[in-house]
Ligand binder design. Structure first.
Ligand code: TYC
Length: 101
């Protein structure tokens, strides 16, 4: 059955799913100064002092903290820029991303 009368084998996708959102996660380390982490959170994630301090101290105590949830490309560019800000000062500050369930 490979003549032109055979049915097309391509399935039509009926539903359009929303693109999954991605979390930006702050990882604790022993070297980056607390104030620097707060400054990066304020600059890159538009947080105020209070919000930034809470996220920093949560990562400091628990090892990680979710900073925010964004479209994939936005999450990745924010994580990269924030990680770069630390690297430019010689700090091991790290932001990662992962898809939301
Ligand atoms: N643990 C760092 C310190 O004691 C501060 C810090 C907090 C670093 C959160 C990274 O994601 C971080 N100086």
């Amino acid at each position: 059955m490979s003549d032109i009368t055979s049915k097309p084998r391509t399935k039509v996708k009926l539903k359009t799913e929303r693109p999954r959102l991605h979390k930006v996660i702050l990882i604790n380390d022993d070297y980056t100064p607390r104030e620097f982490v707060v400054a990066v959170l304020k600059a890159e994630f538009r947080m105020n002092e209070d919000q930034a301090y809470r996220v920093m101290i949560t990562a400091h105590k628990r090892g990680v903290c979710v900073v925010g949830v964004f479209a994939k490309d936005v999450a990745e560019s924010k994580a990269t820029r924030a990680t770069e800000a630390g690297r430019s000062k010689g700090y091991p500050l790290l932001f990662t991303t992962e898809p939301e369930e």
